[in-house]
Write a protein that binds this ligand. Structure first.
Ligand code: NIG
Ligand code: FE
Length: 407
């Protein structure tokens, strides 16, 4: 039963690529929803005669799939303004981390915060994301770093999912940093993750994936392999924070384990890129983090795409390296810093981000997909990337319902 008609779409970006048309454009288009699913997509002029009572006029604007932010650290308390100021005076992210600041600092604030405090802090971030057309995100733990605090963070994500429209795919990132209880005993912490945390996380049933920060001063490749293999054995998917601050082996590990994604990749080399392409691992480009940390090193979206890797683009929202929930900015920077074409940047926040989440029912517009779309007050697909001072999103539909409307 048709429930809603979106009509008067000037330019529909279906994201179903055809030869010579990466965005799968249909001009003068319409979409019909049946409940939470897309029932029909086509030219306005070809609309089936008997459709629906409820209609939404897209005013001749651009319509595209709901945006997907496939890499965030949404749930945290406190801030790291002092570190931002220290970096402005020349300190590096890694120096601050090795001196016991960084992730640990946020861990302390997050452990102290109650579930309702964490929910209140995350809700405005989600509201801003929705107003920019985001309908699904991934969200990592990693500021709890104990069984209780990691499970608490996952419960917060579950509660957030119930309180607002954006879908939240939860990822367990117990291997984000070694907590103070295990100071100097990272090996023992890895065993704690494998023996205690992963079984608890799996039995809680909220997280669907496991991530590891593979980096000097964080977790080695072997430790990453041990954790991710046990997560895979327990039924979780896996992801890797790889080659962010040095060339360290995370990308090849992601390829070896057929991870959903490898993120950052500033220091990835050609061999890494070939390995990712061969294993079908999505590269997550996080240019806001590069910019926020003032990194000279640029992850090359261009080289990754040219190597045949699917490139997604995400915010990496977190208090340390990317205090920013603006996926439009990430997409813009993926063009200017990452070397993506405008088409690739839009794929990066829609269809390729869906692949990074392991979802085949979101990220493009065709019959049978989830009815997640955003309507722009824009005539051209490039407006979202070109006009850095404007948010062109006018309306957002999530699961077939209007979730946001800018008057
Ligand atoms: O993706 N690199 C590791 N994790 C985050 C930063 C976390 C933090 O500094 O709080 C990232 O950049
Ligand atoms: Fe991250």
């Amino acid at each position: 039963m048709p429930t809603l008609l979106l009509h008067n779409i000037g330019v529909l970006l279906t994201m179903n690529a055809r030869v010579g048309d990466a965005l799968g454009v249909i001009e003068n288009a319409a979409i019909i929803f049946d409940g939470d699913t897309i029932q029909w997509v086509g030219k306005d002029s070809a609309l089936p005669r008997a459709h629906t009572a409820e209609q939404f006029d897209c005013l001749g604007g651009v319509v595209m799939p709901g945006l997907i932010d496939c890499h965030t650290h949404l749930v945290f308390a406190g801030d790291r303004q002092d570190e931002f100021a220290l970096r402005a005076r020349g300190a590096t992210y890694q120096e601050i981390m090795l001196a016991g600041g960084g992730i640990r600092h946020t861990m302390e604030a997050t452990r102290r915060a109650s579930q309702s405090e964490l929910i209140s802090l995350a809700l405005p971030r989600l509201a801003r994301m929705l107003s920019r057309g985001v309908t699904s995100i991934e969200s990592k733990t990693g500021y709890g770093l104990s069984c209780d605090a990691e499970l608490k963070t996952l419960e917060v994500m579950y509660a957030l999912q119930k309180q607002q429209p954006i879908d939240i795919a939860a990822t367990f990132l117990g291997a984000h940093a070694t907590p103070p209880e295990f100071e100097g005993k990272t090996k023992a912490y890895v065993e704690h993750i494998v023996d205690d945390m992963i079984p608890l996380v799996v039995s809680q049933g909220i997280a669907t994936a496991c991530d590891v920060f593979v980096e000097k001063g964080a977790f080695s490749v072997d430790q990453g392999r041990r954790i991710l293999q046990s997560a895979l054995d327990a039924g979780l998917k896996c992801r890797v924070h790889a080659e962010q601050l040095s060339h360290f082996g995370g990308a090849k590990l992601a390829a070896e384990l057929f991870a959903l994604s490898a993120s950052h990749l500033e220091y990835a080399d050609v061999e890494d890129m070939q390995a990712l392409a061969k294993s079908g691992v999505v590269a997550e480009l996080l240019p806001v983090a590069q910019e926020f940390l003032g990194m000279a090193q640029n992850a090359s979206g261009r080289a990754l795409a040219d190597a045949g890797v699917k490139v997604a683009v995400a915010t990496d929202l977190n208090p340390g390296s990317a205090m920013c929930d603006d996926l439009h900015l990430a997409a813009r920077l993926s063009v200017t810093r990452g070397g993506l074409t405008c088409e690739e940047a839009l794929q990066g926040v829609t269809c390729h981000a869906a692949t990074a989440l392991g979802r085949d029912d979101i990220g493009d517009i065709k019959a049978g997909m989830k009815a997640d779309v955003c309507v722009l007050a824009a005539k051209s697909p490039w407006e979202l990337l070109y006009d850095w001072s404007n948010n062109p999103v006018r309306a957002v539909f999530k699961n077939g319902r209007q979730a946001y409307l800018r008057e």
